[in-house]
Design a protein around this ligand. Structure first.
Ligand code: ZN
Length: 227
């Protein structure tokens, strides 16, 4: 039987590979990736606990109220469903969510330190506010989900939140954007960690962050420049 939603399945495979290719993942390769399926309140999500060599048939379809509609899912993946779902519910434009324990940002999550906007790539990725840490709760638990909601209630243009003592949750309009959000946050955390040895990274002035985005958009709108 042909698999449902082949395009969305491939988007998860490709998104997972974008993360694996640059190594923005912990050494266990642990992670989970979901995309919104069209025309229903449901997500496709990795049914295994690793982002390495994800296959299109290793995904399950879960409804917004947490029921398995298609496929089967491991207990460790079932535990984390609600932390994916809360992002789709709180940010209706979200097309994909990814969770990893990428090591540099997970170090920030374990130290419970917000990741400030000190690296331009983060601002260019649309993250013009510090990445906050949601307080600790066991993975996917009501307590953990409430803590995620709490940091998202500020209604800032977040593309990611840290899960205290756990890892990162990143999202975007599609799977490639969610993977890039994971990657740019991890790269930013790596650079901030190195900068700490030099006295600490300096935040980009808040007023300049919008200017950076406007300039990016201006050049993008002008398109390629030819001789
Ligand atoms: Zn985790």
């Amino acid at each position: 039987m042909a698999l449902s939603y082949p395009e969305q399945r491939q988007a998860i495979v490709d998104g997972s590979n974008l993360i694996m290719d640059i190594g923005a993942i912990s050494m266990s390769n642990h992670g989970n990736f979901s995309v919104k399926v069209p025309d229903q309140d449901a997500i496709l999500i990795t049914a295994v606990a690793s982002l390495k060599n994800v296959k299109p048939d290793q995904l399950a379809i879960i409804s917004f109220d947490g029921k398995v509609l298609e496929g089967e899912i491991s207990p460790t993946s079932m535990e984390i469903i609600n932390m994916h779902l809360i992002i789709y519910k709180k940010r209706p434009g979200t097309g994909a969510v990814v969770h990893t324990h990428a090591p540099f940002i997970t170090a920030f999550a374990c130290a419970q330190k917000d990741l400030d906007c000190s690296y331009e790539a983060m601002v260019r990725a649309g993250m013009t506010e510090a990445i906050p840490v949601a307080g600790y709760g066991p993975r996917g638990s009501d307590e953990s989900v409430k803590n995620i909601e709490k940091v998202m209630n500020a209604d800032t243009p977040l593309g990611a939140v840290m899960l205290g003592n756990h890892g990162l949750l990143a999202w975007g309009a599609d799977a490639a954007s969610a993977a890039r959000a994971n990657n740019v946050v991890e790269e930013s955390a790596q650079i901030a960690t190195y900068a700490a040895a030099l006295g600490g990274a300096i935040a980009i002035p808040a007023a300049m962050r919008g200017v950076t985005i406007a300039r990016r958009d201006e050049f993008a709108a002008a398109g390629n420049v030819r001789a």
